[in-house]
Design a protein around this ligand. Structure first.
Ligand code: TRH
Length: 363
């Protein structure tokens, strides 16, 4: 089938990150994919070589190239982005000429909340406008059976099994030291960051923090400045050392997670990657002004079966006014390992989406 995947970059990297992964995974299964994206700039570092099987096309709001293109067999609107009236009209015209509807799919945000299971696959008939008479369907990624699942490459376990952390770290100028804890950090501006850095600097272990480029690096610099002002000798014995990473390609971002003992991730896509990495993880959820993210975080921790110490840590990491406790790595590792096993038993998102779209085309 020919797929048209539409992606609007709102902010951060998750929108295009998810759409790119999905496009590549569909192409790897023999599908033809056009990825229409309004701001493809992040793909320069996420996917430096591109993928010859995926066509990346510019997408403007109203009169972009997509308005002139013939719609494909499957149309995916990622994260509620809206197709132009011209493209919708072209979809309706094609449906009429072919005597059947395209599979029109609204790909939603990832959540462990129960509405994902309830709403996954539901139809949404279009009653007015240029696409009146067509039907969209909601597709909810998720953690539970009965949802659309999570993105996962078919060769992930083999790639993980063949990975050599020391070699990868060496390539990035990081000397692995015995007994040192390596912690990757990808976050927004978590309230618990400055106290956590102090805690690690004073703690019994040597900690190497591998800081990703962009907002996380800015947040760490600001937290260090804050600690310097409050207590200039806070990292006096140097038990905490910091490595500043460049922007990594998506495969290399995975390698970072595989090479660390604990992963701090944020948003959506990196959370999924950290689950596949199978190492202890802490999630900085994308904060929403109405506080809706806290219910989403709580649903995730419930699904995870998170032990009390992991819950406390998440509270300190995501909400102001709490000191992050010492990570309980052994207990957290067992919990993430069990979650990963549960997820591996389910079909991945691309497999489920393909099946869903093929069924819609027959309907
Ligand atoms: O960038 P994010 O914070 O994106 C978020 C989420 O998608 C969230 O749901 C959405 O509402 C909000 O944006 C607007 O986090 P996320 O989802 O983990 O996406 C980051 C992507 O960037 C992921 O694909 C991994 C990739 N990445 C790299 O490839 N290399 C890097 O060096 C880094 C730091 C990230």
């Amino acid at each position: 089938m020919l797929w048209d995947i539409f992606c609007k970059v709102i902010d951060n990297h998750g929108d295009v990150g998810v759409c790119w992964r999905l496009s590549v995974q569909l192409a790897a299964r023999g599908e033809q994919v056009r990825l229409w994206v309004d701001d493809p700039s992040a793909l320069r570092w996420m996917a430096p070589g591109g993928d010859p099987r995926v066509q990346v096309r510019p997408w403007q709001d109203s009169a972009g190239d997509a308005s002139q293109a013939d719609p494909g067999d499957v149309i995916v609107e990622a994260f509620g982005c809206e197709l132009s009236p011209a493209f919708q009209a072209a979809m309706a015209a094609r449906a009429q000429a072919a005597g059947r509807q395209p599979a029109w799919i609204n790909l939603e945000y990832l959540t462990a909340e129960s509405f994902a299971q309830r709403s996954h696959g539901l139809p949404s008939p279009v009653l007015s406008g240029p696409a009146a008479g067509l039907t969209k369907h909601f597709f909810y990624p998720g953690f539970e059976p009965g949802t659309g699942g999570l993105l996962r490459e078919r060769d992930l376990p083999e790639r993980q099994a063949g990975f050599d952390p020391a070699q990868w770290l060496g390539r990035h100028g990081i000397d692995p030291v015995d007994g040192e804890r390596r912690i990757s950090l990808f976050c927004y501006e978590p309230p618990g960051l400055a106290p956590m850095l102090r805690h690690w600097a004073a703690g019994p272990h040597r900690t190497r923090l591998l800081v990703t480029a962009g907002r996380a690096a800015e947040a760490v610099r600001a937290a260090c400045r804050f600690n310097d002002r409050a207590s200039p000798a806070w990292n006096g014995p140097g038990r905490l050392s910091i490595a500043w990473l460049p922007l990594l390609s998506q495969p290399d971002f995975d390698h970072l997670l595989w090479a660390s003992h604990l992963n701090f991730v944020r948003g959506e896509d990196s959370l999924v990657r950290a689950l596949w990495a199978g190492k202890p993880l802490v999630w900085h959820i994308y904060p929403q002004h109405d506080g809706a993210h806290l219910a989403k975080l709580s649903a995730f921790l419930d699904w995870l079966g998170a032990p009390a110490s992991l819950r406390r840590f998440h509270q300190a990491w995501n909400e102001p006014g709490h000191e992050p406790p010492e990570p309980g790595l052994a207990e957290w590792a067992a919990c993430i390992h069990a979650a990963r096993q549960r997820l591996l038993a389910q079909d991945d998102l691309a497999t489920q989406l393909l099946r869903f779209a093929a069924r819609r085309r027959k309907a």
